[in-house]
Write a protein that binds this ligand. Structure first.
Ligand SMILES: [Mn+2]
Length: 516
C-alpha cells in the first residue's frame, strides 16, 4: 500500500517544487505479483538475502538474520534513537531535528567484474539486518516528537540485473522484511536529503565524514554539509560511537552465535593441529583450518589467518603463509571464523612434530600460566588497558624465572619494559561482529557483562637475543582465547580448544596420521 512519507508532506506544505512522485514506491505490479495456480504451492519469493521461507535450514521463523529475531533489530534502532536523543539533549540543546545516515558496504572488486566476497558494514547490519550492498539506512529523529522514521534506501528490483546477480529485496517488500517505516530507491537518496535539508534548516546530520563507507553515498552527503548548520555551530556528528556503545554488549542471541563461532573455530584449529606434520606447508595448514571451519557451518574465516612456522611467528601480522614448517619448529596459528556475522579469534602455538622440546615447553608453560591468570582476572571486570599492565607484570616475573629477563632488572619499570620487549602488542581487544570489534570504545573502560574480549599474551624472542639459549632464538608464541564477561565472572568460549602442552600432544596421538 502506498504511503506518503513525512517528508513528502513537508515538501508539499513548504511549496517546494520537488516531484512528489519521486518519493512514491514504484508500481508494485512490476515485480512482486505472485501468480498462484490452483493446486500448486507457490515457490517462496526470493529476497536479496536468505529468509526463513527460502532458507529454513539456517533461519527460524521470525528471524531476520540467522539466530536474530526481527524484533531485535527494531529494538536496536529504538535504543540507538534513545541514546542519540539523550546525548543531543545534553550537548546540542537547541537542535531539535536529527538525520542519521548509515550506508551499507559497497561491493568491492578484485578486478573487472570479479567481486570479492561481499561483507556488510557491521554498523549498518547491526541496525537493519540487511545484507545487500547499495543500501542506506536513514533515520529522522526529533527531540520533541515521537514521530521517528526509519527509511531504507535500496536497489530496486531489476529483471536484467537479477538474472546476473541474483534476487534483490526491492523497495516494495523491504518495509515488511526489515520492519522499517518506508523503503525508497537508492537513486532517490540525493533528492530526499536535499529536501530534508530545506524543510529542516536547523538539523544535526549524523554521518561519519571521516570514514566514508561508500563513496557514492559520501559524495552525495558532501554536498549537503554546508546546508547542515545548527544553532550549536556543529553541523554533523559521527553516529558510530553510539552504535558501538550498543554493539559492545552482546544480547543473548548474539552470545549464542558467538559461542557457535568459537566452537567451530576451536574444533577446526584442533583438527589442524592434529593433522600437521614436519614438512607441512603453512598454506596447507591455512587450507585445513579454512576447510573445517566452513564444513562446520562458518561462512568463511573471519580474517586472513596467521600461519607462521619457526621464526616467522615473530612477524605479528605474517599472512604470506607460504613456507614449509621444519621438524622441531613451532607453528603459530591465529585464526577465527565468521558464523552468521559473528567472529571468533583464536591463537594456538604447537610443535609441528607433535612433541615440545624441553626448552620450548618451558617458555610455553610460562606464557600459558600468564594467559590463564589473566583470564581469571577478568572475573574482577578490569579494563583492557589494566589487563595489559597486568600482563607486563606477570610476564616479567615468569620470564625472569626462566632466564629470559635478566635478574638485574628489579624495578617495576625495568621489568615492565623488559616484558613489553617480549610482547609488543596489546593483550586484548573487544570481539563481536568485527574481529577488532567496536573500535571506538575506549580500552580504559571496565569490562561489563555481555562484552566479549580476547586474552592473547605472546612471547617473541628476537633472533639476536644473546640472553637466551640459541635453541629458542627466533621463537615466537601466542595463546589467545575469547572470553564472555558474565554477571558472576566470565566464560571462556574457546575453552574446548586444547592449549595445555599435554593436551596438544594428545591431539597428535589421537590423529590417524600419528606414528608412535
Ligand atoms: Mn585477537
Amino acid at each position: 500500500m502506498f504511503q506518503l512519507s513525512l517528508l513528502c508532506t513537508n515538501v508539499k506544505s513548504s511549496g517546494i517544487s520537488v516531484d512528489v512522485l519521486l518519493f512514491s514506491r514504484p508500481c508494485s505490479t512490476k515485480t512482486t505479483a505472485q501468480h498462484v495456480t490452483k493446486g500448486t504451492t507457490p515457490a517462496p519469493r526470493l529476497f536479496g538475502q536468505p529468509t526463513h521461507l527460502s532458507h529454513p535450514h539456517i533461519l527460524k521463523e521470525g528471524e531476520l538474520t540467522p539466530g536474530i529475531p526481527l524484533s531485535e533489530f527494531r529494538d536496536r534502532r529504538s535504543s540507538f534513537a534513545t541514546s542519540l536523543l539523550y546525548q543531543s539533549s545534553q550537548f546540542f540543546k537547541d537542535t531539535e531535528n536529527h538525520l542519521v545516515v548509515i550506508p551499507a558496504a559497497p561491493q568491492a572488486y578484485m578486478s573487472q567484474k570479479v567481486p570479492y566476497v561481499y561483507r556488510q558494514n557491521s554498523d549498518f547490519l547491526y541496525l537493519t539486518g540487511c545484507l545487500e550492498p547499495d543500501s542506506v539506512l536513514v533515520m529522522s529523529l526529533s527531540q520533541n516528537s515521537s514521530n521517528h522514521r526509519a527509511i531504507m534506501f535500496m536497489r530496486e528490483r531489476n529483471a536484467h540485473s537479477e538474472l546476473w546477480d541474483g534476487p534483490r529485496t526491492g523497495v516494495d517488500e523491504a518495509p515488511k522484511l526489515f520492519e522499517v517505516d518506508e523503503a525508497l530507491p537508492i537513486e532517490h537518496l540525493n533528492q530526499y536529503l536535499a529536501a530534508y535539508a530545506k524543510t529542516n534548516p536547523n538539523f544535526m546530520l549524523w554521518y561519519d565524514f571521516r570514514q566514508p563507507i561508500d563513496y557514492k553515498v559520501h559524495n552525495i552527503l558532501s554536498t549537503m554539509v554546508p546546508n547542515a548548520t545548527t544553532a550549536c555551530g556543529k553541523s554533523w556528528m559521527s553516529p558510530r560511537k553510539l552504535v558501538h556503545e550498543l554493539r559492545i554488549i552482546k544480547s543473548s542471541a548474539e552470545q549464542a552465535l558467538m559461542c557457535k563461532s568459537c566452537q567451530i573455530a576451536s574444533k577446526a584449529i584442533e583438527t589442524t593441529i592434529a593433522t600437521s606434520y614436519p614438512g607441512v606447508s603453512e598454506h596447507e595448514l591455512f587450507a585445513t583450518v579454512d576447510y573445517h571451519s566452513r564444513m562446520n557451518g562458518a561462512e568463511y574465516l573471519a580474517y586472513l589467518p596467521v600461519v607462521a612456522g619457526g621464526e616467522r611467528a615473530n612477524i605479528i601480522h605474517y599472512i604470506n603463509n607460504s613456507q614449509i614448517v621444519k621438524d622441531g619448529e613451532l607453528v603459530l596459528m591465529d585464526a577465527g571464523c565468521e558464523f552468521h556475522g559473528y567472529s571468533s579469534d583464536i591463537t594456538r602455538t604447537w610443535p609441528v612434530s607433535g612433541q615440545f622440546s624441553p626448552k620450548q615447553r618451558e617458555v610455553y608453560e610460562a606464557l600459558l600460566s600468564v594467559q590463564v591468570q589473566l583470564i581469571s582476572m577478568l572475573a574482577e571486570h578490569p579494563s583492557l588497558d589494566s589487563l595489559f599492565s597486568s600482563m607486563c607484570q606477570l610476564l616479567a616475573v615468569r620470564l625472569r624465572e626462566i632466564g629470559l629477563i635478566s635478574n638485574k632488572a628489579t624495578s617495576k619499570q625495568e621489568l615492565y619494559q623488559a616484558a613489553y620487549a617480549y610482547c609488543p602488542h596489546h593483550v586484548s581487544h573487544y570481539l563481536g561482529m568485527d574481529v577488532h570489534d567496536t573500535e571506538l570504545i575506549d580500552r580504559r573502560v571496565r569490562v561489563q557483562p555481555g562484552m566479549i574480549v580476547t586474552v592473547e599474551p605472546g612471547v617473541y624472542i628476537a633472533k639476536d637475543n644473546k640472553l637466551v639459549s640459541p635453541e629458542i632464538r627466533g621463537m615466537g608464541m601466542r595463546i589467545e582465547d575469547d572470553i564472555l564477561i558474565t554477571e558472576t565472572g566470565f566464560e571462556n568460549l574457546t575453552a574446548m580448544c586444547a592449549k595445555h602442552p599435554d593436551d596438544i600432544q594428545g591431539l597428535f596421538r589421537a590423529s590417524p596420521n600419528y606414528k608412535a
